[in-house]
Structures are given as structure tokens and as C-alpha cells.
Ligand binder design. Structure first.
Ligand code: SF4
Ligand code: SF4
Length: 363
């Protein structure tokens, strides 16, 4: 079992840099919200995949392979330039495992160079003190690690036991903000694990969120009484987060459908390793158009398109982006699923791991 002790305190230099980066990032986030409220013509959040390959093979995951090569850095920069020119506010690097990309820091530097907020989702296994310092220097602003259990099992090695030493490194050396996501729901052997993980995260000075694993079809499924109690406690621990403004998480926990306007393909984009635009990680294949050919008119059409999957959607980051526009512009168009020239990738099976209770807009 991991120790509950605090690691050595960060140096005064790290503390100073951490405060400075937090204030700068928070200021830019407020500006981002103001810009999003004033105009609906730009993407607010983009998830981009620099590498589909992963060093793990979690039993529930459909978002990785063990063979693909990293996207070359010049191509990554070209895609980031296209996104910056659209006016994108936040880029979250995801995968696969982004830390396997040999020029990840240059990707982060380029995001910052182009004035966008830089975040990353990682399994954390490749973190070291030197890598954390290199991510600090590159200008990373948010990092999220998802931890599935207290001790590793056949479904997932992402446990508190295997990752705790990396968490301590982050607490001591990271100047960017760190969020730890735990999970509840079917397939989780001990629901108390989520609470143990959340307490450890908060004890180390991180923010904490909770996700729910649903049934095989990714459908909403209510939590049992014990899990609901734990869910409420973890949400309470994560109260520093923006998620307290969002009823979506509570609807997901109770298995309820929700009424909202998904603006994916417009305010939120998912860019796969092939450089194609998709609605989101659960709806890969739509619209499946190369980023360079994705016009403002196409984005606007998606803004006005009612998504068939919205009532039972479980993707919290898109929900949070949608809150900026839910009060305006009803959606009257039907999805154009047979767009001429669209290059389709195989639609993914619905995700089983569903993240809710997000702390930041970059996740
Ligand atoms: S969940 Fe994350 S760490 Fe696990 S296989 Fe998928 S991409 Fe890799
Ligand atoms: S699954 Fe959710 S986020 Fe993805 S397109 Fe459907 S409604 Fe939008």
C-alpha cells in the first residue's frame, strides 16, 4: 500500500514558479471564457493525438495500439498552426500515451508559442523528476492522471500502488496543475478505492475528480447506494472544481438522460493521429474530414447540428464546453453523416471508461 505521508516539500523556487504559472493560466482561462461568450465562431477545446501507441493495455480501453509510430513533429506543428488560426483556446494532448512521443515537449512549446493553453492526459508511468522538469520548462499548464484502483489487477495496472512514487515526484517538482481522476461503477472491485485515491490526491495538493465505468455499450447505468455515497464524497473533495456548476455529473451517476446541446465538431474537436476531425473519442468517424480541409462553414454547421447521441452522452469535457453555449442558438440541423470526400476511420465502440466531475476545461 502506498504511504499516506507527504513527500518532501517543494523548493521555494518550485513554489514561486507554481504560483506564477497558476495565476497566469487562471487569467488566460478567464479570458478564454470571455472570448467564448462573445463569439461562437472558434473552437474552445481540442483534444489532439500525437501518438496512438501506449505502453499499457488496460482491459476497458479502445483508444490505443501497440504498433503505431509518433506523428512527426513538423506535421504536429502544422496541425497546431491550423488550430491556432481557427482561434482555438485550449489544446489537450491525449493518446495512446503522449509521453512516448519523442518530441512531446516541442509539441507543448508550440501550443504555448501560438498562445493556446496546454494540457495533457497521461498514464504517468513514464514520469521521472527529469521529465517533470522538462515538462515544466516546455510550459505545460495542466496534467491529468487517471488511477483505477489501489492495487493493480488484471483489468488495469494504473493503481495507487504503482503510481504513488510518481505522484510524490509531481507534488515536489511540478509547476503545472495536476488532477487525479479515480473511477467507480461496474468492473471496479472495491468502490472504496476511489475515495482512497481522492484523499491521497487532495493530500498531495492536487485536484481530484471521479469517473464512472459503464456497461459494455457505454450506456448510462445508475450507481448502487454504496457507490453513490462514495461518489458524493469524492465530488465533495473535488469542490474546488468547475464541476460543481454542472448537473451533468449527477445525472450520469444516477443513470438519467440529460438535455443539452452538444457542440462537438465546432466548439470541441477531436483530432486523431491521422489528422482527421471527429466529433469526439466516442464518435470517431464523424465527420472524418482532414483538419486542413475543415472550413468555418463546416464548423458552423456542426454547431447547429443536433447530435443523436447527446441524451445518453457520457463525455464530460464536451459537456463542460457546451455550457458556454447551452443558453443560446438551438440546434435544428440533422447530422450530415455522408459528407462527400469524408475520409472515414472505423467508428469506435462506445467507451466504457467515462470521466465525470472534471476540474478543468482541458480534460
Ligand atoms: S486507458 Fe490509457 S493507459 Fe490504458 S491502454 Fe488506454 S491509453 Fe493506455
Ligand atoms: S458522444 Fe457526446 S460528445 Fe460525442 S458527439 Fe455524441 S453527444 Fe457529443
Amino acid at each position: 500500500m502506498p504511504s499516506a505521508a507527504r513527500p518532501a516539500a517543494p523548493s521555494s523556487k518550485v513554489r514561486r514558479q507554481r504560483t506564477l504559472r497558476f495565476v497566469r493560466t487562471r487569467t488566460r482561462e478567464l479570458l478564454m471564457i470571455g472570448k467564448a461568450l462573445l463569439s461562437t465562431r472558434h473552437p474552445v477545446l481540442v483534444h489532439i493525438i500525437p501518438m496512438r501507441r501506449c505502453n499499457l493495455a488496460c482491459g476497458y480501453c479502445n483508444e490505443y495500439d501497440d504498433v503505431s509510430k509518433p506523428v512527426p513533429i513538423e506535421e504536429m506543428k502544422r496541425r497546431l498552426d491550423l488550430l491556432a488560426n481557427m482561434g482555438t483556446s485550449v489544446i489537450t494532448i491525449s493518446g495512446g500515451e503522449p509521453l512516448m512521443h519523442p518530441e512531446l515537449e516541442e509539441v507543448i512549446r508550440h501550443i504555448r508559442r501560438r498562445g493556446m493553453i496546454a494540457g495533457m492526459i497521461t498514464n504517468g508511468f513514464l514520469l521521472s523528476v527529469a521529465r517533470i522538469q522538462s515538462l515544466n520548462a516546455a510550459g505545460l499548464e495542466h496534467l491529468q492522471i487517471s488511477i483505477d484502483n489501489v492495487t493493480p489487477d488484471e483489468m488495469s495496472l494504473k493503481s495507487l500502488k504503482t503510481l504513488d512514487s510518481r505522484l510524490e515526484m509531481l507534488a515536489q517538482h511540478a509547476v503545472f496543475q495536476v488532477n487525479i481522476n479515480s473511477v467507480l461503477g461496474s468492473g471496479v472491485k472495491d468502490p472504496q478505492d476511489a475515495l482512497t485515491i481522492a484523499h491521497r490526491a487532495v493530500g498531495l495538493g492536487f485536484t481530484s475528480t471521479v469517473g464512472i465505468i459503464h456497461d459494455h455499450n457505454g450506456q448510462l447505468k445508475p450507481l448502487g447506494d454504496l457507490e453513490t455515497g462514495i461518489f458524493e464524497k469524492v465530488m465533495e473533495l473535488g469542490k474546488r472544481s468547475y464541476s460543481r456548476f454542472n448537473d451533468f455529473q449527477h445525472n450520469v451517476a444516477r443513470g438519467k438522460e440529460h438535455n443539452w446541446r452538444c457542440r462537438s465538431g465546432s466548439r470541441y474537436l477531436y483530432i486523431c493521429e491521422d489528422g482527421l476531425v471527429h466529433w469526439c473519442s466516442q464518435q470517431r468517424g464523424y465527420p472524418g474530414i482532414p483538419l486542413a480541409e475543415y472550413t468555418p462553414e463546416m464548423r458552423h454547421r456542426e454547431y447547429e447540428t443536433k447530435k443523436f447521441c447527446a441524451p445518453r452522452c457520457t463525455v464530460s469535457c464536451v459537456q463542460q464546453v457546451a455550457m458556454l453555449d447551452n443558453w443560446r442558438d438551438s440546434q435544428t440541423l440533422k447530422p450530415n453523416l455522408r459528407k462527400p470526400g469524408a475520409r472515414r476511420t472505423a467508428p469506435a465502440a462506445p467507451e466504457q471508461l467515462v470521466r465525470i466531475g472534471s476540474t478543468h476545461v482541458d480534460s
